[in-house]
Ligand binder design. Structure first.
Ligand code: UDP
Ligand code: MG
Length: 318
């Protein structure tokens, strides 16, 4: 039997209303690709009948379907990780369960993988979400673009393909607040992006409240950048330097006005300037502390320290 070429990973949280429509389009789309594939559904602690619906689908297409039921709601990205660890395909594609990403586009992603890319991102052509979501996303995308080294047009679009090597690297990471597309990007050697269609949700409602969106984007920023901290301590440094300059200026002015050095130097105790200096030093100190903390975070995250592309050597003697 040939190896599985494609794993399709779909996180499911309270999607019972939309699942039948998903099955109806997903399986024909995958069958038509003419390759060996598996679909891994992860039920992320749904409170509705999603898990039952998935079991029934498993019974119908046990040849290619696998279902992972999580014990509680751990969030979309954790659900995806649960599937990644179990995936067997040479390429792994993630997809939302709500049909906002058309399953018919999977072939396009695979083409890019075959062309030699190990990570294929996507951005949404004519995004079909509320104006509020679109504006919020645009702001968050530009913030992420400026604070991290991750270059993608639209990190919110989950229709993406990952080569085996990238999935393995993600599986080795031990962090608890992973944002899958961004993590993958940091491990990818030849990332690319393609445009995909986007549709309104087939059924049910978005699982993201404003609060959860903000939370997710903090994950993204703190997970991939120490820049906010660095800006903070830079600001502290500027304030310190500013206060020292003020000292020098005031001292010079007093000397020019004929004060003796002994008297003029008393400017050191000028309360306003001193306060200015101490605030600067404190801010810098907090930023410095942050640098240490960010190193602790890095250690705790346990991402692979390096990835080997190949080792060129003679086979060890038998
Ligand atoms: N999802 C999940 N766990 C959650 C929230 C969402 O598995 O805690 C799934 C959800 O079922 C869907 C996908 O993640 O398949 C994207 O969620 P949603 O469509 O609600 O997000 P939006 O499109 O509004 O960004
Ligand atoms: Mg959606």
């Amino acid at each position: 039997m040939s190896a599985i070429e494609l794993s399709v990973v779909i996180p499911v949280f309270d999607e019972e209303a939309g699942l039948p429509a998903l099955f109806e389009r997903l399986y024909p789309a995958l069958d038509s690709l003419g390759l060996r594939y598996e679909v891994i559904f992860v039920d992320d602690g749904s409170r509705d009948r999603s898990a039952q619906v998935l079991r029934e689908q498993f019974a119908r297409r046990a040849d290619v379907t696998r279902v992972v039921l999580l014990a509680a709601n751990f969030g979309q990205h954790m659900a995806i990780l649960a599937a990644f660890e179990r995936s067997r395909g040479g390429t792994v594609v993630t997809l939302d369960a709500d049909l906002q990403n058309p399953p018919e586009e999977i072939g396009k992603l695979l083409e890019a993988i075959r062309a030699g890319h190990d990570y294929v991102g996507s951005y949404r052509h004519e995004r079909e979400d509320s104006a509020f979501r679109r504006i919020a996303s645009r702001m968050i995308n530009s913030l992420r673009e400026r604070t991290t080294d991750i270059r993608m047009t639209d990190h919110g679009c989950m229709l993406r393909a990952y080569a085996r090597g990238v999935v393995d690297a993600i599986n080795q990471s031990r962090e608890t607040n992973a944002f899958v597309p961004a993590l993958a990007y940091t491990f990818a050697r030849r990332p690319t992006e393609i445009e995909v269609a986007h549709a309104p949700r087939a059924a049910g409602e978005s699982k993201y409240s404003l609060y959860r969106l903000i939370q997710l984007n903090f994950d993204l920023m703190t997970g991939f950048s120490a820049k906010p901290l660095q800006i903070y301590s830079l600001f502290g440094m500027l304030v310190s330097v500013g206060s020292i300059a003020t000292y020098v200026i005031v001292l010079g002015k007093r000397l020019l006005e004929g004060d003796s050095f002994g008297r003029a130097i008393a400017v050191i105790w000028d309360r306003d300037i001193l306060q200015f200096l101490l605030i600067g030093v404190t801010l810098f100190g907090i930023g410095l502390l942050g640098e240490y903390v960010s190193r602790i975070i890095e250690q705790v995250r346990g991402r692979p320290r390096y990835l080997v592309r190949a080792v060129i050597e003679r086979d060890p003697p038998a």
